[in-house]
Design a protein around this ligand. Structure first.
Ligand SMILES: C[S@@+](CC[C@H](N)C(=O)[O-])C[C@H]1O[C@@H](n2cnc3c(N)ncnc32)[C@H](O)[C@@H]1O
Length: 207
């Protein structure tokens, strides 16, 4: 029998993954929803009526969870470089978040109203080379932090995927200097061998 390459290994692991099966059964678009659901259950950082940004939203799993949680009185504004199939009640903007035009278009959609929660699950296409992937990911984290600082209410939350590696400690430090509460979490649905963790920051420090 031919030896499985890394993509073959990924596919068989993916298909036998309990979170994948659970997500498919529940009609969610990604297994990643279980990372967000666990963290919302634990830290209660998205509530009914909230206004939420979902950065790096494709294929739309987190947006599905967010719109369910905020309900009709809330709003979810999602964005990704890739398109997503429409989700009832979710406003979607397609574009590259590293481009000024996309960043500004997202700010325009808020119509100067403050946001309660900024989510970022953005991750670049992984090459497998940590020296390339980690800096790319860190840049997306820094842009998301900047957006959070500019748009959040004083009691708002920033929830972001970060890869542990070069720049991680500095990024946590930046978050601590902008927010009075910063916690690092590793949800059960996050694969143990993955270097990803999630950072939850709350309460912007006054400037
Ligand atoms: C792990 S996926 C997000 C999964 C999503 N949370 C869900 O539950 O469906 C990461 C996303 O980040 C997006 N992304 C990566 N670089 C981006 C960029 N420069 N601008 C916008 N989105 C980006 C990718 O296209 C990808 O869809």
């Amino acid at each position: 029998m031919a030896k499985k390459g890394s993509s073959g290994r990924w596919m068989s692991e993916h298909l036998s993954d309990g979170f994948v099966k659970k997500a498919q059964k529940a009609g969610y678009r990604s297994r990643a929803v279980y990372k967000l659901i666990e963290m919302i259950d634990k830290d209660k950082f998205i509530k009914s009526g909230d206004k939420v940004f979902d950065l790096g939203a494709a294929p739309g799993g987190w947006s599905q969870v967010a719109i369910k949680t905020v309900g009709k009185s809330g709003q979810v504004i999602a964005s990704d470089i890739l398109d997503i199939k429409p989700i009832d009640g979710v406003d979607f903007l397609r574009g590259d978040f590293t481009k000024d035009s996309v960043y500004k278009a997202l700010l325009d959609i808020t119509m100067s109203k403050k946001i309660d929660v900024v989510l970022s699950d953005m991750a670049p296409n992984m090459s497998g080379q940590l020296s390339v992937d980690i800096p790319k990911s860190m840049y997306l984290c820094e842009l998301a932090l900047d957006m959070a600082i500019k748009t959040l209410t004083p009691s708002g939350y920033f929830f972001v995927k970060v890869f542990q590696g070069d720049g991680f400690d500095e990024f946590v430090k930046s978050c601590r200097s902008s927010f009075s509460s910063v916690t690092i979490r590793k949800p059960k649905a996050s694969r143990a061998r993955s270097k990803e963790v999630y950072l939850l920051a709350n309460k912007l420090n006054p400037i």
